[in-house]
Design a protein around this ligand. Sequence first.
Ligand code: NAP
Ligand code: GDD
Length: 383
Amino acid sequence: MGKTALITGITGQDGAYLSEFLIKKGYTVHGIKRRASLFNTDRIDHLYQDPHLDDRNLILHYGDMTDSMNLTRIVSEVQPDEIYNLAAQSHVKVSFDTPEYTANVDGLGTLRILESVRLLGLASKTRIYQASTSELYGLVQEIPQKETTPFYPRSPYAVAKMYAYWITVNYREAYNMFACNGILFNHESPLRGETFVTRKVTRALSRIALGIQSDVYMGNLSSKRDWGHAKDYIKAMYLILQQDKPDDYVIATGVTTTIRDFISQAFNEIGIRIEFKGEGSNETGEIAAINTPVFVEKIGESYLAPIQKRIGEKVVKVDPEYFRPTEVELLIGDATKSRTQLGWEPKYNLDMLIEDMMANDVKNMKKEAYLRDGGYRILNYFE
Ligand code: NAP
Ligand code: GDD
């Protein structure tokens, strides 16, 4: 008999990669998805199975982290060996607009999961992974950050996650539960939500190169992040729950990069050299050189994309609207404990991550350009 896992946040970036990974390992995966007015299962549609089939290995349940009774019923029905608590309002900037909701989902939501396991008498059976975050380090007290570095959260999101971190530790100590925190630094992928900085950049650059969009407005270009690939990071989640003893682990690459340099490297991927000029909200990124001609495909032919004519033009601009009331300027992790105790090692470096994300978005945007300029206009079809 394979193990049974319950994943909250299964429709998100990490939930999608983790489900696929666990199914390949022989798990039966249950996931909690929210009711939405549109389909919200794009990232896991390739794993979907008809509910009428016997022996399914992916089963979805409607639920919400704010609904204790619903969560308790699902945990009771599933009787999971492992719970991966990934559900969250995970956008830091949005948490300043929705602080109470974020606290409810990200903070109390974790308590609801822990308490349901305890009340259902599953404390000795069910292992729990809590999706903790490098945002806890906020105004960093030590460089690089490791498991013993003091926390200094800088957003309603991080404060809510701080509650979740400590309530996980508390349930471990108070009730002997196998409850663990993975303190994950930023991890990205082609499945990353479109409003996080890396995906916003790879989407916008692909559109600019193909002439669908003229420029992109960004926030703080100087902050630094330790970026890894989500495919590597979900493996760490699994390893954390396979240990003999519950514990907390930092997962990071140990390399940090500014947003500005991420943008330059992403432009390089499509043969464009960019130069940044000016400071603060007046900073701009101009096209300095086009090293490789960029082609757009159209039915039966290809032509030079409009980007070719744009040397000297400002394609990256700053809009202070994207600045945060309190910023996390620098994150860089020390994952020595994970490497030595879990045997975890990332396969992707930043170059490989950017290559993967750009290739995916250029492909997506080519499709969009084709539909706009191709043999028929898809919009007319729906008008
Ligand atoms: P994500 O793509 O934003 O996914 C979040 C998931 O949570 C989605 O499935 C979302 O559902 C679900 N969700 C949101 N509110 C919910 C609610 N009220 N009830 C039930 N489900 C809800 O995030 P991710 O990047 O996969 O990250 C996974 C977890 O790791 C999050 O807890 C995040 O805070 C944490 N984390 C992420 C990173 C990172 O760099 N990615 C680093 C450290 C920690 P919908 O699809 O319906 O929106
Ligand atoms: N989103 C966004 N959009 N961020 C921008 C932009 C922009 O236009 N311009 C600059 N930034 C800067 C932000 O100010 C921040 O310093 C950095 O880019 C990264 O922002 P995000 O990609 O939104 O991620 P985050 O670091 O705030 O949070 C992510 O990582 C955390 C782990 O450290 C999220 O995935 C969190 O859920 C996760 O906990």
